[in-house]
Design a protein around this ligand. Structure first.
Ligand code: ZN
Length: 277
């Protein structure tokens, strides 16, 4: 039987929620998809058809409060997108420059919108993730046992500042909140793969997330990839890649054990999301 898959990193919104150049980039990756086709893929039925075609059981859907770089996909719209869809798991986004209290905004995402985790993109919103002003928000996430995803490393989008995406900044957070689950989104993409792998091995609460990394390069970036299988989580960054199905096939083709692939593609994420393993 083929291992089921959880995709921990999916974007879905109306095209007008993103900046035009972001939509153009995504459409070009999908083989110059027409705007109508792209719009359909960004609806629950469209996304679920892609998930079915790719063997994805569950997907984490991410909000984006990053008007400077990507666009504005509100927490409300992501909650609405996932409503009544058991396979779509909404994660909120907090941009500390846009809200008076990051903690209160997370609380609202969890209590009022039914979201089940948080994604932060310090490189897009321009803040240091270990800033003490964010600690009340992390304390709440730790208390509620919801995972927090941090974008680390590079991005193709203009306006992104890589200095805010250094994985080592999360060492502070991992130490100060030992029961907070931390995902290093993109695993320090660019020149910080070693930092990401080191932190994931050092801290029980830190995981690498591999969205946007070419599967064929994973064993080059992480020579001990098999040993990191307990601390690695699959995400695709759909629709920021040509084919979700091919992305997963390429991971299944890696020369690592089936047990390791099952953890990376499903088991680790299922545990963090409270789904059946
Ligand atoms: Zn993404």
């Amino acid at each position: 039987m083929t291992t089921p898959v959880i995709d921990f990193h999916v974007h879905a919104a109306r095209p007008e929620d993103y900046h035009p150049w972001v939509v153009d980039w995504m459409r070009s990756l999908l083989g110059e998809a027409s705007l109508e086709k792209f719009r359909y893929l960004m609806t629950p039925p469209g996304l679920l058809s892609v998930m079915d075609d790719s063997g994805v059981a569950y997907a984490v859907i991410l909000a984006d409060m990053h008007p400077k770089t990507v666009g504005t996909v509100t927490n409300e719209s992501v909650a609405e997108f996932c409503r009544g869809q058991e396979r779509l798991i909404p994660f909120g986004c907090v941009n500390p420059h846009l809200v008076s209290s990051p903690r209160d905004e997370l609380k609202r995402c969890l209590d009022e919108l039914g979201m089940r985790g948080l994604k932060l993109a310090p490189t897009y919103a321009h803040f240091y993730p270990n800033d003490p002003s964010l600690y009340p928000m992390y304390a709440l996430a730790e208390e509620r046992k919801v995972p927090v995803m941090f974008h680390t490393g590079s991005s193709v989008f203009k306006g992104s500042k890589i200095k805010f995406g250094e994985p080592a900044l999360l060492d502070d957070v991992a130490v100060d909140f030992p029961n907070l689950t931390i995902l290093l989104v993109h695993s320090g993409r660019g020149f910080w793969y070693d930092q990401a792998a080191f932190l994931a091995r050092l801290h029980p609460n830190v995981y690498m997330e591999i969205a946007g990394l070419p599967p064929q390069k994973l064993l080059t970036y992480f020579p001990e990839f098999e040993r990191l299988a307990d601390k690695t989580i699959f995400g695709s960054d759909w629709p920021g890649l040509p084919s979700l199905r091919k992305n997963i096939e390429d991971i299944r083709a890696l020369p690592i054990s089936d047990a390791a692939k099952a953890k990376i593609l499903y088991g680790n994420a299922a545990r963090l999301l409270g789904l059946s393993v």
